[in-house]
Design a protein around this ligand. Structure first.
Ligand code: IVH
Length: 710
């Protein structure tokens, strides 16, 4: 991520006038800028540390923290050479909360260096080989990177004596009485068959909360009218760092051991993996997802396996930790100032990314509504490059308090649709930001924009005068549920409008071969298919034709109801609002839109032309099926239905039409509102999801029987 130096640009300009040695000036300029920026980043991270470690209430998401920390590290390395010991990059954990007694660890509790791509592990492995000159094989103990709170437990002669948080790495907060309330942490080692163990042993591990316990705790807190925790890490930390251990005792906390500090006297294995297994014998909880890997290939496999099962573990992890297994090799490799050289945390790519908002454009839709679209610095999120994010409406901009130049957090809702979820306001001090200007005139046709009263909607009322609305309305006219003109894709539509070959839907039917062949990327095959499809589309149903006109707020269900109620175009055109309101499911608002549509001479002219003998659109039925039954009694009435797989007996289009007629609503994706999933052949992941969500599933034959088609 790059940050602008705009705020200093005036000084920069003056500097160019007064300092002759430009090179020297630029060097000083960057030194100054970076020094100031680095100091600022340090203060910011210290503040965030306080909220994270002491308050259990992080001010920013992990992705923002990690990015800022990485940026500071890079800047310190690049510009300062040596680093101040007070920099947050040199700190281990947070500062200590003075309300707890301080406890000195017998050996320092360090942190871990992070990598963010699994491929970086190969460089780590290579680095170790260079350091361990004659070591051919390095085996690794691979563990989950648990997302909780690091603790140090001291056992003397097998008896638990004290527990502390990591604190600053040297001193931690004394949480002994709270840890005693965690039932899975043994108060003394389980001793069988004269098993021996060190006289003094520091056991290190993570206290965390299972997802179910976290949900239950938050439900309880909300019922009590108390503030809930934003994630299970904060819940674990907040529960453990209580001055009253009776409160900790009521919270369900879990623990896994993953390491050791001071080991004094007695016997203890010489491999990390063996040590963990040994501790299991002693009664210590150790994760079963720990794996001993003999080479880097196995480590990468472990990373993949864990990433796949992450969502079913039942607790939060944020990566894997890879440790050299042999303790003698660990000793050879030693430590850097804050982390061991023999271990690395490989974090999973975040489902969120940091980016910068460059600008906001307003896109004009079919009905003239302007949708703000954020143009952001490109980011890669779950394998997809994202540079445009829809902001839905101006409310969203206001809700986020978004400004041009802001640093933002991007995620993909349902792993698909990109969305801005957070604005990192702390960055505004160093990033020049400007308010987003809402347009007064349509960005496409320059017509005055009106804000729909009491709604967060900006609308261009130019209708088909606006080329953007023309493009979208032709797209709508040709859509599958409308006139179903196969082969008329959006790029072809754009060319037809831009070359002024098409102005209204009626113009489509006058297109000829030579006009079409002059367009870019249009060959004879495309042309003949399109002309054939245009011809076929002329035979339709009244409801499809009505839907294709794109009357504001008239979807396919309204179109079907209107078609059934009026039967002919003439009767519909002449209907007044009172009559329109008698149509099933149509209220005053939609009735008003329909009424006004047919008062517009421009619209009437197009309808007339489409139905005239020169074009000749016609229908034999008013709707895909004439309504003999009262659809309120249909089992499908008001049901939200999703399809998966392909139907083998009937066309999906026919089945959908019939379901719509029976008052059902068809959706593309399964959600909590889905009532029924229709399964065809080669059903996809929707089936899996429906089973998990206990949604009713129906096969094609059963559906056809109920619909009485076959
Ligand atoms: S080893 C010197 N192993 O991650 C070794 N840490 O980012 C230090 N963590 O403070 C820790 N799972 O709170 C280790 N399997 C694991 C871990 C783990 C989670 C946490 C721990 C540590 C932090 C460092």
């Amino acid at each position: 991520m790059s940050f602008s130096v705009d705020y200093l640009s005036e000084y920069y300009f003056l500097g160019r006038l007064f300092i002759l040695n430009e090179f020297l000036y630029e060097w000083l300029f960057y030194m100054n800028f970076n020094k100031e920026y680095i100091d600022w980043l340090r203060k910011l991270l210290l503040r965030w540390n306080y909220f994270y470690y002491i308050n259990n209430n992080p001010e920013v998401s992990d992705v923002v923290y990690d990015n800022t920390m990485k940026e500071l590290c890079d800047l310190e390395n690049k510009y300062l050479g040596c680093v101040s010991v007070r920099s947050p990059t040199q700190l281990i954990g947070g500062t200590l909360n003075t309300t707890f007694k301080k406890l000195r660890h017998l050996s320092p509790m360090l942190s871990l260096d992070n990598i963010f791509e699994k491929s970086e592990f190969l460089s780590f492995d290579k680095r170790l080989r260079v350091m361990l000159v004659d070591e051919v094989r390095i085996s690794y103990c691979c563990e989950l990177k648990l997302d909780g709170l690091a603790v140090n437990l001291v056992y003397k002669n097998g008896v638990f004596v004290s527990a502390a948080t990591r604190g600053d790495g040297i001193y931690g907060e004394d949480i002994t009485s709270n840890v005693r309330t965690i039932s899975t942490i043994p108060s003394k080692f389980k001793i069988t068959n004269n098993i021996s163990f060190p006289d003094i042993l520091e056991i290190r591990g993570e206290v965390f909360m299972l997802d179910i316990d976290f949900i239950a705790l938050n439900e309880y807190l909300i019922k009590q009218g108390k503030k809930s925790f934003s994630n299970s890490r904060n819940a674990a930390s907040g529960s453990l760092r209580q001055l009253n251990s009776a409160i900790t005792a009521k919270r369900q906390l879990s623990f896994f051991c993953y390491g050791f500090g001071c080991v004094q006297g007695g016997n203890f294995p010489k491999q990390h993996w063996d040590r963990l297994q040994y501790c299991k014998f002693l009664g210590m909880p150790v994760s079963d997802y720990t794996r001993l890997c003999q080479n880097s290939g196995e480590v990468l496999q472990y990373y993949n396996d864990v990433q796949k099962m992450r969502s079913v573990l039942g607790f939060r992890i944020d990566g894997v930790v890879i440790k050299v297994n042999d303790i003698s090799l660990q000793k050879k490799l030693g430590y850097s100032f804050k982390a061991p050289r023999w271990a690395i945390a490989c974090k999973f790519p975040s489902k969120q990314k940091i980016s910068k908002l460059y600008s906001v454009d307003f896109q004009v839709g079919r009905t003239g509504i302007l949708t703000p679209v954020a143009r952001i610095e490109q980011v890669l999120l779950s394998g997809v490059k994202i540079s445009n994010v829809s902001l839905y409406n101006i409310n969203e901009i206001q809700r986020l308090d978004l400004m041009i130049g802001d640093i933002v957090v991007i995620c993909r809702i349902g792993d698909v649709i990109p969305r801005i979820i957070e604005v990192v306001k702390s960055y505004r001090k160093f990033n020049v930001v400007q308010p987003i200007k809402f347009p007064n005139y349509c960005p496409v046709c320059n017509t005055k924009i009106y804000r729909v009263v009491q709604q967060a909607v900006l609308r261009c009322h130019a209708g088909l005068f606006c080329s953007a609305q023309r493009k979208r309305s032709i797209q709508h006219f040709a859509a599958r549920k409308a006139m179903n003109i196969v082969g008329l894709g959006s790029s072809l539509i754009d060319q037809l409008i831009e070359n002024r070959l098409v102005y209204t839907p009626a113009d489509l039917f006058y297109l000829n071969e030579s006009q079409l062949l002059n367009l870019n990327n249009v060959g004879i095959k495309v042309v003949s298919n399109l002309l054939r499809s245009l011809n076929r589309a002329k035979c339709t149903t009244f409801s499809r034709f009505l839907y294709s006109l794109g009357i504001y707020k008239v979807g396919i269900v309204h179109a079907i109801n209107l078609a059934i109620f009026y039967g002919t175009m003439d009767r519909l055109v002449n209907a007044d609002i009172a009559s329109l309101m008698r149509v099933q499911n149509i209220g005053r608002v939609v009735a008003g839109y329909v009424y006004r549509f047919f008062r517009e001479q421009y619209n009437l002219k197009i309808v007339k032309e489409l139905l005239s003998s020169s074009i000749g659109i016609y229908w034999l039925e008013v709707a895909p099926l004439s309504l003999h039954t009262n659809n309120i009694h249909s089992v499908f009435f008001g049901k939200n239905i999703v399809f998966t797989g392909s139907l083998s007996i009937c066309s999906r289009r026919d089945v959908e039409d019939k379901l719509l007629l029976f008052g059902a609503q068809i959706h593309n994706n399964i959600s909590s509102k889905t009532d029924l999933l229709i399964v065809g052949q080669s059903a996809g992941s929707k089936l899996q999801k429906a089973i998990q969500m206990n949604i009713k599933i129906m096969e094609e034959m059963e559906l056809l029987n109920l619909l009485k088609i076959n």
